[in-house]
Design a protein around this ligand. Structure first.
Ligand SMILES: Nc1ncnc2c1ncn2[C@@H]1O[C@H](COP(=O)(O)OP(=O)(O)OP(=O)(O)O)[C@@H](O)[C@H]1O
Ligand SMILES: [Mg+2]
Length: 261
């Protein structure tokens, strides 16, 4: 195997005096799907935000294709284009149509040809079940549809790696499936992804590796089978029991019961 696509070495992140990521080590290879799980506040979102330099780090190094991702680096704009990020809250521009939202960055940032980008966007919309919605505004779409648009928008930049931060957490249960299905098909296409999710069945189905983060440290980094069948630490056993116990409840109820809300 060649060099990893993404290398995270000894990364430390502090907010003021508080250390929220400590000595994070991670290598992600081309086509690998990493699922990041752990209790609320353990640093999952912060780690994703450090990977695309939305947050500066205080120690260590993050490299994409051998180049340091550095908030002060002069190549940051170019590097960011290789990293697609999808958030829980969609972050679509409300005054732009679906198609305009998708075309914005490829045209303005990447200066690509409009017709080529448009055709590609239409094909991607079709793939996620949204053909015919290109001229709708975000407010005219369901949460699941908005999230699929956000995924297409990230894909339209041709990123090397996709980061997903709890993209189904704000959705009604019937819309969760349609978004997870899109992510499963991206994994099947060989996309490199890091996914933060509380959907444990999905995590098991999609992941090549599962990372469990606790208080800013990686406690386990293992295969889905090991993680779910033979967790090494008591902490992970406890975490998984909580999900088994709440499986009959809604994800929100489970989060509430675990003190995450
Ligand atoms: N901008 C900030 N300033 C100060 N502290 C922050 C900031 N962002 C996050 N934190 C703190 O960093 C820690 C990690 O937060 P983070 O959002 O990464 O957790 P998380 O694992 O994503 O949690 P959740 O599952 O609830 O989304 C928390 O203690 C949080 O309070
Ligand atoms: Mg988070």
């Amino acid at each position: 195997m060649g060099e990893p696509l993404l290398t995270i070495k000894n990364v430390t992140k502090c907010f003021g005096e508080t250390m929220v990521l400590e000595d994070i080590e991670l290598e992600v290879r081309q086509g690998e799907v990493i699922v990041l799980v752990g209790p609320s506040g353990c640093g999952k979102s912060t780690l994703l935000r450090c990977i695309n330099a939305l947050e500066p780090i205080q120690g260590g190094e993050i490299c994409l294709e051998g180049e340091a991702v550095d908030a002060k680096g002069k190549n940051l704009a170019a590097l960011r284009q290789k990293i697609g990020m999808v958030f829980q809250s969609y972050e679509l521009f409300p005054h732009l149509t679906v198609l305009e939202n998708i075309l914005l960055a490829p045209l303005k940032v990447q200066k690509r040809k409009k017709e080529e980008v448009r055709q590609e966007a239409m094909a991607l919309l079709d793939r996620v079940g949204l053909s015919g919605k290109e001229n709708s505004y975000p407010r005219q779409l369901s949460g699941g549809q908005k999230q699929r648009v956000a995924i297409v928008r990230a894909l339209s930049m041709h990123p090397e790696i996709l980061l997903f931060d709890e993209v189904t957490a704000a959705l009604d249960p019937e819309m969760v499936r349609e978004v997870l299905d899109v992510m499963l098909s991206l994994a099947a296409q060989g996309r490199t992804m890091i996914i933060v999710t509380h959907e444990m069945q999905f995590a098991r189905a999609v992941a090549d590796r599962i990372l469990f983060l606790e208080k800013g440290k990686i406690l386990e980094d293992t295969t889905p089978e090991e993680f779910f069948e033979r967790p090494k630490t008591e902490r992970v056993k406890q975490f998984l029991n909580m999900f088994a116990f709440h499986a009959v409840k809604s994800p929100k109820a489970a989060k509430e019961a675990s003190g995450e809300i």
